[in-house]
Design a protein around this ligand. Structure first.
Ligand code: SAM
Ligand code: SF4
Length: 334
């Protein structure tokens, strides 16, 4: 049974109004927690949504109550027609946002401004050049930093994402927060999540409690809790008198599934109702066969599991067989 109104609701009453669209599985970085060094096997081009299919499907989601669309990937800005897709989507009555590794931001900044894109999330896992380049297996540190500054100079709402991993960057938490001392950036520390091919092992992960303990050891009573927005996946804080803020996204130790309002559309046109869901619905093939995809979307959302794609216990979450049935993060759209 699904609702017949123009909202997307699941059997637990969660309303879904936020869609993340992956524009491509390709990427110009190879972040070690996201992608195998050799990349992933690319599907034939015909299996991916064309520009017009992205827009057609997005319009159907908007008619079903989606109010915010975030473009992601892979790296969304490496797609050749990314500019045109951003322009097309900006005509829809939605808030449009982008998650990017930052490398191509300077070539898109005019488009972002012209299209009213105000919120840009950029991955920045280290402030040390050599380390950043080791993590991403490429050499774009200076470019990413200069593009983050460019976004700030142009008054974009910038969030920086860092996946915190033991021995990789867990010694930089204070540096990340200091980076936000005089700049209005929002740094988000993300717990390391398991996906196909990323050699996940929670002994490498840093939990919310560990991250907060380190931050507390340095800043003590100067840490101030900020109110979290409804549906926020992060717990937000500010250091007294700092311009920027920081947050922890604790998908592993303290998932935020109860208030989840997110859906994902993969670059090959499958709806995924959760990052960890192994059951996808193929919207693209149905669209190409001229079927009405509205009911497929409704059914997929209705069937969303209560938590993490059905991985309710930590044992499930640590079970590599379940991750192998999922995609690599780069092919989902984080
Ligand atoms: N290429 C863009 C970027 O890097 O921001 C967008 C796609 S990327 C898959 C989106 C986000 O997913 C990034 O912030 C990245 O840090 C995060 N991510 C990737 N793999 C992850 C993992 N195993 N655990 C937690 N976050 C992950
Ligand atoms: Fe590419 Fe983003 Fe994955 Fe890094 S996190 S490999 S930039 S998709």
């Amino acid at each position: 049974m699904t609702s017949a109104t123009n909202i997307l609701i699941d059997k637990f009453g969660r309303v879904h109004n936020y869609l993340r669209i992956s524009l491509t599985e390709r990427c110009n970085l190879r972040c070690n927690y996201c992608m195998p060094e050799e990349g992933i096997v690319l599907r034939p081009r015909a299996e991916f949504m064309t520009r017009s299919e992205v827009i057609q499907i997005a319009k159907i989601f908007v008619a079903l109550g989606v109010k915010k669309i975030r473009l992601t990937g892979g790296e969304p800005l490496v797609r050749k027609d990314a500019k045109e897709i951003i322009e097309d989507l900006s005509q829809l009555p939605v808030e449009l946002a982008i998650t990017t590794n930052g490398i191509l931001v300077d070539t898109f900044i005019e488009t972002f401004m012209a299209c009213g894109v105000k919120s840009i999330n950029v991955s920045l896992d280290s402030l040390k050049e050599e380390r950043f380049n080791t993590i991403t297996r490429r050499n774009y540190f200076s470019k990413v930093i200069s593009n983050i500054r460019l976004l700030m100079q142009n008054n974009f709402h910038v969030k920086l994402n860092a996946v915190i991993i033991k021995g990789m960057n867990d010694d930089e938490l204070v540096d990340f927060i200091e980076f936000s001392k005089d700049q209005p950036v929002h740094y988000r520390f993300i717990e390391f999540m398991p996906f196909n091919g990323n050699k996940w092992d929670w002994s490498k992960g840093c939990s919310y409690d560990e991250v907060m303990a380190d931050i507390h050891a340095h800043y003590g009573n100067n840490i101030m809790k900020i109110e979290d927005a409804k549906n926020d996946t992060a717990k937000n804080y500010r250091i007294k008198n700092y311009k920027g803020t920081f947050a922890i996204i604790s998908s592993v130790t303290n998932p935020f599934c109860d208030t989840c309002n997110r859906l994902r559309l993969t670059a090959d046109g499958k709806i995924k109702n959760c990052l960890f869901s192994n059951s996808e619905t193929d919207l693209l093939t149905a669209l190409r066969n001229r079927m009405d995809i509205t009911q497929l979307i409704r059914n997929n959302v209705w069937d969303k599991k209560a938590s993490r794609g059905g991985m309710t216990t930590f044992e499930d979450y640590s079970n590599p067989t379940l991750h192998e049935q999922n995609r690599a993060m780069v092919a989902i759209g984080g």
